[in-house]
Design a binder for this molecule. Structure first.
Ligand code: GDP
Ligand code: IMO
Ligand code: MG
Length: 424
């Protein structure tokens, strides 16, 4: 497998970190291609739990080169803190490579993210307030500052000064904030340059050379399909493309290099932040999913919203990503329920939708059409063979496969590396 993409098939937090950790065992490179430190990817190894926000999950293996490609927005302070955190925990991040073309998250991006959300009031997106949206806004407005600019102090200082001329007007006149001091930002960011320099390179070339040698490249998506700026539930999305196409654009590798696209889906579904969510549960069942699934944000600690698996949305994810397979996570959490519901269509104003609706308003006012399947109500966290799963659990998996049209090749039944059933 020369290049494989692993991405979220729902609204994020599907378990991508643990899935990438599994595949990274045989990968030479693990590449983040979009987003920034809005991600929170958890890996559990024995007693140890790692939460990574920026550095790709492949950092856990000494043979693997973690790559932060050009499609990301990088907060240099967070990156250095993550490097220090890993070093303190006896992992070696020295192989990390960071694209010189990646954009920087600046202090004014974080500030703007926070004040814009406050001004939106009840219409807010519920962002992670890490500056992601404002940093991508500047990138597309061609006003961004890139990693490579850090190594040319004069250019860097000029760019910060130009940017702050405008940002300070926005901060003071629109949002009633104090202006930010350009020199303070310049001094802070230039102080990171020496430490970052050894990691910075042309990551597109690095990956192309690796692929030419027959090495294996694994792309690690952040967020999820329904949070995609183009294909998600806009405007309640993130500002990048977590979908498969994003891996191509965000890494500078052509589409022909990709041969597998694995969608990670939870056996139920969750969302953090605002926005439509047809199968959301506001009852005791939802509360149990949240508590049993530990559904609290890795980045912000926010309580995630939870609901039954949505096959309309999952089929959509299969389509927009050309998924070849699905990795189903957290099946163990469903052991607590006597019956399990799955949304197979939506109903709105007398009309049925079995494809993801084109009109956003349908997502708000639709009612899911559920099929109810029997639960298995036994602990499955020690099961390692597919055939040893209770027949109701197998029926649930096969029902999903049948409806979405791609195989579920892996099923995880606990957060640890070995709590996994492989079907291939
Ligand atoms: P990501 O953002 O997609 O990497 O997912 P998160 O790490 O934010 O959230 C997934 C959570 O579920 C983490 O706490 C994982 O340790 C945990 N997890 C992953 N797979 C399983 C599983 O199969 N069963 C259980 N019980 N927990 C899991
Ligand atoms: P991982 O990679 C879940 C959500 C935020 C908000 C919206 C926009 O761990 O799955 P942003 O800060 O990106 O501008 O926020 O996107 N969001 C996530 N939700 N998992 C994530 O990452 C997320 N990253 C952003 O809650 O609704
Ligand atoms: Mg997460």
């Amino acid at each position: 497998m020369p290049a494989t993409i692993v991405l979220g098939a729902q609204w994020g937090d599907e378990g991508k970190g643990r899935v990438v950790d599994y595949f990274a065992e045989s990968a030479d490179y693990v590449v983040r291609y979009q987003g920034g430190n809005n991600a929170g990817h958890t890996i559990v190894v024995g007693e140890q739990r790692f939460a990574l926000s920026l550095i790709p999950s492949g950092v856990m293996y000494p043979h693997c080169t973690p790559v932060i490609a050009s499609g990301l927005v990088v907060d240099p302070k967070v990156l250095l803190e993550e490097i220090d955190m890993l070093t303190a925990r006896n992992l070696d991040p020295s192989r990390l490579r960071v694209s010189s073309n990646a954009h920087l998250i600046m202090p004014y991006h974080r500030k703007l993210d926070a004040v814009m959300e406050r001004y939106l009031g009840r219409n807010k997106i519920g962002t992670t307030k890490k500056g992601i949206g404002p940093a991508y806004t500047d990138k597309y407005a061609r006003q961004g500052i890139r990693v490579q600019d850090l190594f040319d102090p004069r250019i860097f200082a000029d760019k910060v000064e130009v940017a702050l001329e405008e940002k300070n007007k926005i901060l003071t006149r629109v949002y009633n904030q104090l202006p930010m001091d350009p020199q303070k930002i310049i001094d802070e960011y230039l102080s990171y340059a020496d430490r970052l320099l050894p990691y910075v390179t042309d990551t597109s070339l690095l990956l192309a050379e690796g692929l030419a040698r027959g090495e294996e490249v694994l792309f690690e998506g952040a967020q999820g399909t329904l949070l995609d700026i183009d294909h998600g539930t806009y405007p309640f999305v993130t500002s990048s493309n977590p979908t498969a196409g994003g891996a191509i654009i965000g890494s500078g590798i052509g589409p022909k290099a990709i041969d597998r696209i694995i969608g990670v889906a939870k056996a139920y579904i969750s969302r953090v932040g605002t926005g439509p969510f047809p199968t959301e549960l506001h009852d005791e069942t939802g509360d149990r999913m949240i508590e049993l699934g530990g559904e609290y944000g890795t980045v912000t600690g926010r309580r995630r919203r939870c609901g039954w698996l949505d096959l309309v949305a999952l089929r959509y994810a299969v389509r927009v990503n050309s998924l070849t397979e699905i990795f189903l996570t957290k099946l163990d959490i469903l052991s607590a329920f006597d019956t399990i519901k799955v949304a197979v269509a939506y109903q709105s104003l007398g009309q049925a939708y079995d494809e993801f609706p084109r009109q956003q308003r349908v997502l708000y006012n639709c009612t899911p059409v559920y099929e109810t399947l029997p639960g298995w109500t036994t602990d499955i966290s020690d099961v390692r063979e597919y055939d040893d799963l209770p027949k109701e659990a197998r029926a649930y998996i096969e029902f999903i496969e049948d409806r979405v049209g791609v195989p579920i090749s892996w099923i995880s039944v606990g957060p640890e590396r070995h709590q996994l059933i492989t079907r291939t």
